[in-house]
Each structure stands twice: as C-alpha cells, then as structure tokens.
Design a protein around this ligand. Structure first.
Ligand code: ADE
Length: 249
C-alpha cells in the first residue's frame, strides 16, 4: 500500500512511523509512507500557507492553492498504484467518526492520501479535493497530524503480513463487534492474584468458551451499545441473559 500524507508538520509524523510495527512494515515493503510538506507547494517568498478569513473572524485559514497542488503531486507520485478510486481523506473534527470498519475498508485500497489540516480550518474550496472527511473523535485537536497517525496505524496493522501472527487482528476488540476479554501471562500467581484456572487447563474448547463469555461480559459492562449490532449466537444470548439475571438478584 502507498500512503501519502500532506501536512505542515512532517516531523511530527516521521518519528511515529519510524518505530515498532509500522517501521517494520515499511522495511519489509508492505507499505510505503510519503510525507508531503504543504509548504513546499507555495510559490511566494514567505511560503505562505494561511491567511485571514474573508468577512473577518478569529484565526487563520489554510489557503487553497498549496493544498490543491500538494494533492495533485501526491496523486501524481502514486503512478500506477493510484487510480480514480484512491481515497483522498481530509482529517477534520467535522468528518465521519473513524471506526474499525472504516479501517478495514481503507486497508483494501492500494493507495491512500491523507490531508492534515491546521489552524482554524481550510478554505472551503479545498473540500472538493477530498473524497471523504474523517474525525477520530468528538474533541478538537490542534491539527490533523495525530488523526493521520491514528488512521495509518489502524490501517497498516490490518495489511496482510504486517502483524506477526496473521490471526492476531481477527480477535481484536471491534473486529468481532465485541471488546476483547482479559489476557494473562506468567507468573500464574502475582501478589495474591491467580490467573483463571481454565487458562491453565489445556482444554482448548473450554478456553474458547471462557474467552467468548469474558468478551461478552466486558462488552456488556463497558460498551453495551455494541451488543445491539454484534453477531451473537443463541449461546451468547443465553449467557447475556444469565449476566442480567445475576445483576437483578
Ligand atoms: N483535527 C482536529 N481535531 C480532529 C479530530 N478530532 N479528528 C480529525 N481531525 C481533527
């Protein structure tokens, strides 16, 4: 996958992609991440990327010309990887809420372009550049750099071969529509707390059942809203009924 990110602060992103799993994914050629500095697409002496809003008001607005040229250059650089269906995503608190399902969808594309806005916003004419607007949550950050990092991280870990064990993304919280339950490692006892016995039993069926129940329990306790859309079996419903009954006792 080819990912191009347009930003005024490429250094903010460069460090984060040079670590851990995302770094390894690049070294192994599974993803190529290009950072385009929007300032490089200005033509005036002062490399102006923002200006005051027409009609007056607070703050500065990102000018349209460098954004248009940067997106055109990013799409041009993609060469054969890019096509008309390449998502061009503007990061903004006004976008659609980013979810695991959107990460899955984006991971199917050979190329992505992300635009990290800054200041009070971007000139509205630059909206035409984006095929989608995404938000990483209902709060306002100083810019779209952290959202771009979050989206790249969530998407890249889903690419085939990126996670060591090809199954490790399958059980993720949200991938199943449920939260993942608790996990444990050695020592089997620590400060008086023991690991649940079933995990030491070697009974794979019992472990799988226990994990499913823990996942349901955690989701019921922390994110009951997810249960409305999760894929649940008869056995899952029966277990949830039992949890509810226990609560009412
Ligand atoms: N830019 C500023 N805040 C943001 C958010 N919550 N999501 C995406 N882009 C943003």
């Amino acid at each position: 996958m080819d990912i191009s990110i347009l930003t005024l602060f490429p250094d903010m992103l460069a460090g984060s992609f040079n670590q851990s799993i995302i770094r390894r994914a690049q070294e192994r050629g599974l993803v190529s991440i290009r950072l385009h500095n929007i300032r490089d697409y200005t033509h005036d002496k002062h490399h102006t990327t923002d200006d005051t809003p027409f009609g007056g008001g607070q703050g500065m607005v990102m000018k349209p010309e460098p954004l248009f040229e940067a997106v055109e250059a990013a799409l041009g650089d993609l060469g054969s990887t890019g096509n008309d269906a390449t998502p061009v995503i503007l990061l903004t608190p006004q976008g659609r809420p980013f979810t695991q399902a959107i990460a899955q969808e984006l991971s199917q594309h050979p190329a992505l372009v992300l635009i990290s806005g800054h200041y009070e916003g971007i000139d509205a004419r630059a909206d035409a550049l984006a095929t989608d607007n995404l938000s990483i949550g209902d709060y306002v950050l100083t810019g779209g750099e952290i959202p771009a990092m979050a989206i790249v991280d969530a998407v890249v870990r889903l690419l085939p071969g990126v996670l060591g064990d090809s199954m490790s993304a399958v059980d993720d919280s949200f991938a199943t529509g449920l939260l993942e339950g608790p996990t444990y490692t050695r020592p089997a006892e620590y400060r008086g707390e023991s690991v649940p016995k079933v995990l030491l039993s070697g009974d794979h069926g019992a472990v799988a059942r226990w994990r499913r129940q823990q996942s349901l329990k955690r989701t019921y306790e922390r994110r009951p809203d997810l249960l409305k859309t999760a894929n649940l079996t008869e056995e899952d419903h029966a277990y949830l009924q039992k949890l509810k009954a226990r609560e009412e006792e």
